[in-house]
Design a protein around this ligand. Structure first.
Ligand code: KIV
Length: 309
């Protein structure tokens, strides 16, 4: 989406479900990724607790704190992405009491600029969801493989297999929808079950490893762009190989530095000052676009010196 367009709100979720239009959700954790995701035209950003693994280097999402999510949420909303930003409630931030849950979620909205929060879990979250909605905080649910339950589940495995487990999940999805969630993540469940749930509830389902019949899909930024070489589940489609490209770029730069190829004359300043470059060495060629570029740059650097940058 163009940044000048009208900002999208959470209403896009309900509207798209009604119109049969699939939703595209991507995680982001900082200014750059948020700008990329919104410029790519996604419908919403999730500041997922997956940041614990792809950004902070933890083995799973359990160590992620509210302050971690808040810190990254602030960076994302500073991009003014013009699409809704949903902040994940990390493990431990909504498990103690409704009062503490609401206090934590309010920080994500008031300080982090999030439009909504996501909480993992089904039936056992109904009171939590009610308390959040009473505080005017929209809630996205999350069923199936809920990574914060990794210890209870005994690892990361497909959920909802078998008729009993499937029926239980359909029931839980209905409960979350009836409780007022505006949408529902379905992670790592059989495609036919995801289809059943998507037909059973009037809120959009957003799948990750849940097949094509969800009302939308979500992927982790680093996974889909090939930036993260850790665990890569079957449900991830790589749309780019940026990690490989980045490694090649760093190798080329290192070689250029070692061989004296970088910096070249085009990256250097001379001692003759041009335009407004206070104390700035300038290599401008008269009439060249290089001169124009340097004049702009000189103004920018002068602003920085004057504390306006
Ligand atoms: O933390 C996260 O990124 C998520 C998505 C994978 C749904 O919960």
């Amino acid at each position: 989406m163009n940044r000048q367009d009208k900002p999208q709100t959470l209403r896009v979720f309900g509207r798209n479900k009604k119109q049969g239009k699939k939703l595209s959700v991507v995680t982001a954790y900082d200014l750059t990724s948020a700008l990329i995701v919104s410029a790519g035209g996604a419908d919403a950003i999730l500041v997922g607790d997956s940041l614990g693994m792809v950004v902070l280097g933890h083995e799973n999402t359990l160590p992620v704190t509210l302050d971690d999510v808040l810190h990254h949420c602030k960076a994302v909303t500073r991009a003014r992405p013009q699409i809704p930003v949903i902040a994940d409630m990390p493990y431990g931030s909504f498990h103690i009491s409704s009062e503490e849950t609401v206090r934590n979620a309010l920080r994500l909205v008031k300080e982090g600029g999030a439009s909504a929060v996501k909480v993992e879990g089904g039936r056992q979250r109904l009171q939590t969801i009610e308390a959040l909605l009473a505080a005017e905080i929209p809630v996205m649910g999350h069923l199936g493989l809920t990574p914060q339950s990794v210890n209870r589940l005994g690892g990361y495995r497909v959920q909802g297999r078998g008729s009993k487990a499937a029926a239980r999940m359909v029931d839980e999805a209905r409960l979350l929808a009836d409780a007022g969630c505006f949408s529902l993540i379905l992670e790592c469940i059989p495609s036919d079950l995801a289809q059943r749930i998507s037909e059973a509830v009037n809120i959009p389902t957003i799948g990750i490893g849940a097949g094509p019949d969800c009302d939308g899909q979500v992927l982790v930024f680093h996974d889909m762009l090939g930036l993260f070489d850790g665990l890569s589940p079957k449900f991830v489609k790589r749309y780019a190989n940026l990690g490989e490209q980045a490694r090649e770029a760093i190798a080329q730069y290192t070689q250029d530095v070692r061989e004296g190829v970088f910096p070249g004359p085009e990256h250097c300043y001379t001692s003759e000052s041009a335009s407004t470059g206070k104390g700035l060495n300038n290599a401008a060629q008269p009439g060249s676009s290089l001169k124009h570029k340097e004049e702009k740059e000189a103004g920018y650097l002068a602003d920085m010196e004057n504390g306006k940058g």
